[in-house]
Design a binder for this molecule. Structure first.
Ligand code: LMR
Length: 396
């Protein structure tokens, strides 16, 4: 019966994690998956989350099904983080559903759009997170790319991006990374974003903003600039968001899809269609991680503790960027690694070739995504020099 079932080639990111786990070498370093590891090389349990965990367990609350759209307080906290303090005035414009991680939000958004804008195409940055393409193609869309990364300067190809966006047709969907671009770590500045959003607005494209790293580039507020600017312009747009990285709660799959409706009268119908989509996908979202997040964000002192913990994750990454850049510059003086220090968020786009990446893995047990993306958050004082030496050996 299953004779014709094709083998699965494996996922370029999560498949690498499987390989890393199986690697018996003790000096192995995981720079593949986008997970924050602390100085001890462990995924941290944030103190704010640990306290919330104790409170949630002590409460012994029964676990009924959540409403299809998720918990009401969680949804309003998502909106407040994304849209800022004046969220009350925006509530009528926002249809928010709690989702199974950020990927769940992308999937619900993609299905919702495909049902309602079936002749649109989706455009993602070249390059983008690999699964963006998978999720939108899986929902039935043709997925194209717009120019984004400029390999020679290791920066943004703004001109190319604007030219490509200018060719899209009305109601085409444009996937945007508002901060910590995955995989390149190259983000437009405010002026460049204004130019990009001008084109998106003029051509009546549908922005789909995927924010997985709010707080990892500059701050919670600054990293939401694009979202708040789109709202200020009174545009229709979608936002997929996740707490996986910001709360170090990867396995809890806590995400949200938010649709900002320029005409508040349309919000109820949009929310209804999102619920319809969720019911057909996984019925309703899970409770536990949501309860942790609601507990932290509802208590001013826990919230402040969390914000500090997020900030210390961000600054440790910045420190590691600097250390890797210095160590690489010493090990390979003929090359510039300034971009490693300048890029933002969890990732650096090293420019390593597939052959170099393969050699890093086989000879040094350093795991890097085949595109040359490295997760800076996998570095610590104990392994950064080893990684720099390993990279130096394969690029020399
Ligand atoms: C990544 O980009 O490594 C993360 O977002 C994890 C994933 O699901 O790919």
């Amino acid at each position: 019966m299953f004779e014709h079932i094709a083998p699965y080639a494996g996922d370029p990111i999560l498949g690498l994690m499987e390989k890393f786990t199986q690697d018996a070498r003790t000096d192995k370093v995981n720079l593949g998956v986008g997970i924050y590891y602390d100085e001890a090389g462990k995924i941290p349990v944030l103190s704010s989350v640990r306290i919330a965990q104790e409170r949630v367990f002590a409460a012994h609350t029964a676990t009924s099904y959540l409403p299809i759209e998720g918990d009401r307080i969680y949804r309003s906290q998502v909106a407040a983080l994304l849209f800022g303090g004046d969220v009350e005035s925006l509530t009528d414009s926002l249809a928010v559903v709690q989702t199974v991680g950020g990927s769940g939000a992308l999937k619900v958004g993609a299905d919702f759009l495909n049902r309602n804008f079936s002749s649109s195409s989706v455009y993602v940055s070249e390059p983008t997170w690999d699964n963006h393409i998978g999720i939108f193609e899986g929902a039935g869309f043709n997925v194209g790319q717009y120019r984004y990364y400029d390999a020679p300067t290791k920066g943004l190809d703004l001109q190319g991006m604007l030219e490509d966006l200018n060719k899209l047709k009305r109601h085409d969907i444009v996937l945007l990374h508002p901060c910590c671009h995955n995989p390149t770590g190259v983000d437009p500045d405010h002026r460049q974003w204004s130019q990009i959003l001008d084109v998106v607005q003029q051509r009546e494209l549908i922005p789909f903003v995927d924010i997985a790293y709010q707080g990892f580039a500059a701050s919670i507020t600054e990293d939401a600039f694009v979202i708040r600017e789109l709202a200020r312009r009174k545009m229709n747009f979608l936002v997929s968001s996740t707490f996986s990285k910001t709360f170090s709660l990867y396995g809890e799959r806590c995400g949200a899809l938010t649709v900002h409706c320029a005409e508040p009268i349309q919000t109820a119908n949009v929310l209804g269609q999102l619920k319809f989509t969720v019911r057909r996908n996984y019925s309703s979202p899970p409770t536990h991680g949501m309860r942790l997040i609601v507990t932290v964000l509802s208590d001013p002192s826990l919230r402040a503790m969390w914000a500090e913990e997020l900030e210390s994750m961000r600054t440790r990454i910045v420190t590691m960027r600097g250390k890797l850049c210095t160590a690489l510059s010493l090990a390979v003086p003929s090359r510039s690694f300034a971009h490693v220090a300048e890029q933002r968020g969890m990732f650096a786009y090293t420019g390593l070739t597939q052959t170099e990446v393969a050699a890093l893995q086989s000879e040094f047990s350093v795991y890097v995504v085949s595109t040359g993306r490295i997760c800076i958050a996998g570095l610590n004082n104990g392994n950064v020099d080893y990684v720099a030496q390993a990279i130096a050996s394969v690029v020399k």
